[in-house]
Design a protein around this ligand. Sequence first.
Ligand SMILES: Cc1ncc(COP(=O)(O)O)c(C=O)c1O
Length: 384
Amino acid sequence: MNRILPTVSAENLTQFETLALATSSMNLADGHARQQLTAAQSKIVAELPSMWAEAAMRPAPEIEQEATESFFGMLGQHSHPFAAGRTLSCYSSSLAMEILARSLVTTSDAVALIHPTFDNIPDILRGVGLRLVPVEEEQAHDEDLPAELLEQVGCVFITTPNNPTGRVMSEARLRRLAEQCAEYGVVLALDTCFRGFDPDAQFDHYAVLDASGCRWVVIEDTGKLWPTLELKIGWLVPSANVDLPIEKIHSDILLGTSPLILLMVKRLADDGADGGLAELQRTIADHRALLRAEFADVPGISFVDEHARVSVERLHVGSRLGMDVWSAVRSQNLYVLPCQKFHWARPHEGERMLRLALSRNPSTLLAGARVLRSALLDAPELQG
Ligand SMILES: Cc1ncc(COP(=O)(O)O)c(C=O)c1O
């Protein structure tokens, strides 16, 4: 028998994700890494006490340099501007986003933002009073942006790989977009938080952006890759010519990030470069295959993002409403993410999709998939 659950109200995706954090639930909701540590990662975690002593002794800028070199290097971002003092570490990528938003609003009132994308990006931009103009993902990837759009905004913001679609902007497309932004004096901002999952997102973005001459800002993130219990670094990386008060606002908010976390990031990134990242990519691919196999014979179900490699996967639930499926599986203790809020400009476009997290242990993923599968097959109100 289904448990009687209190009605829920969730105003954003994070509130939906918070509902899943009860210890007894199967949580396939948030995109944070919750899989088991690998053997090499466990070894690094076991060394945290000695890293603490090291972090307390050594100069923080030296540790920050090593962490930056290792993390950006692991991801192919060799032209990063650490030497020029432009890789600003933050407690999280959301904080980097907040600093960017507060900087942008000093010179501009509107941002062109990719649609759909994770809703804390539009929420943070709107939170400082910026007006948002949607740029459809297909449009951003396939065509030049219209002059009328570029004339009315101070920034074009692209998430690549995108959350939830996994779509990656190619090098040729990034080059062209950067040229357009240079031509119109518009800042090109990239959220690359998911780039570790997809080798296609690991060409040297900083070389492309610098060559274009455009004003640019990139947000990098360690937070989606490793199961480090929310110990993470977000980096805010502006171009030399950005002409925004980013450093000032960063220093209004923080002095620096923890050298202990930076040391841990360095060690995890070195392990990543030494095969750990490829192993993670294989794990996510295996989890994706496991999920797809579990739903292969369920009528009216499809996986939307055929080529995605990121650690989340969208499921189209046919003629059902995602919220109805969400409620049905919630009564079985499974939490997934309904997709309408990713479609921040037109939520109805996401109402027949769910997003499932792949960065979990296979047993959790399989148990969750089976609950979802039987809800879709057995519940009469959920027949597609
Ligand atoms: C694309 C993207 N950027 C940024 C964030 C924010 O990350 P955090 O909560 O670690 O600040 C998220 C969160 O899931 C995200 O999906």
